[in-house]
Design a binder for this molecule. Sequence first.
Ligand code: 13P
Ligand code: SF4
Length: 336
Amino acid sequence: MSRSLDDVTAVQGAFDVAAWADEVRALAAQRDAVILAHNYQVPEIQDVAHHVGDSLALSRIAAKADASTIVFCGVHFMAETAKILAYDKTVLIPDEKAGCSLAETINGEQLRAWKAQHPGAVVVSYVNTTAEVKAETDICCTSSNAVDVVASIPADREILFCPDQFLGAHVQRTLARDNMHIWMGECHVHAGINGAELRRRVMEEPEADLYIHPECGCATSALYLVESGVVPKERAHILSTGGMGEAALTTKAKKVLIATETGIIHQLQKSNPLVIFEPINRAAVCKYMKMITPEKLLACLKNGRDEVTVPADIADRARRSVEAMIALGTPSKTGE
Ligand code: 13P
Ligand code: SF4
């Protein structure tokens, strides 16, 4: 008979990860469930999941999943995207209250009003948005393909890019595109990794490489450090979390400073144990991602909750914008 997490912790007085992981995998098999985990999840959840990745990689896996149930260990918009792409499957999230401060910066009504001010513009939305916003969108993007998505739109078409101002600025800078309007949303975690902190850490660690997520408030400062010769160009990389994972596999650096949510460090360290990966800001922790705990994952597999639902008409319209993005392919970087 399998032991529950409560039994395990009561008997041993501590969290027995191996027993918990065995139970999670056994319950997943009973439910015909595949467990997907975002790179920002706690290490135990990353290690027990069938697949770990960035938001684009996980969307693609969800779309092709054979299992009848998808258990999404990430935030709500990610589980919603899985539901949109795999509508006939049951999609579960261990805590439906795991939201996203960035996704909250724009709703369907606000986007409709913005579109009315720019008739004919192409709407590009970051996947960190609700299903309702995706339903109002022409093509979605993630941090790993935002540059490619915008580059695929004819140069003479006006673009409405939402909701992340730093990702939008990165795309605009990379493509030198002057007909992009950018929504002024931000993620509280990434906006908090600022230029002053980046500069201080770079001065402390002059030999280290830099991996910077394009949602960060410090992305512009990183480019300034490169342009002013403080950091050599080949050592500063603007990457999605998936792109960081790939870069970690082959880096020759002894140390890499990371500007994103600290959960990624676990994946990077596993990819390349010979390198030291250090966060630029140790306080860059997404409280929403961390609402998915080992206990809640176990309870979710036992009870089949929380189930993620999206009204069929919204899902149909949202699917078009997500599939338009997926059809473009899988670039692994952000187009540095
Ligand atoms: P990725 O697209 O790199 O997975 O990032 C998602 C996210 O929520 C960043 O905060
Ligand atoms: Fe949203 Fe920011 Fe958390 Fe990513 S890190 S899920 S953008 S709040």
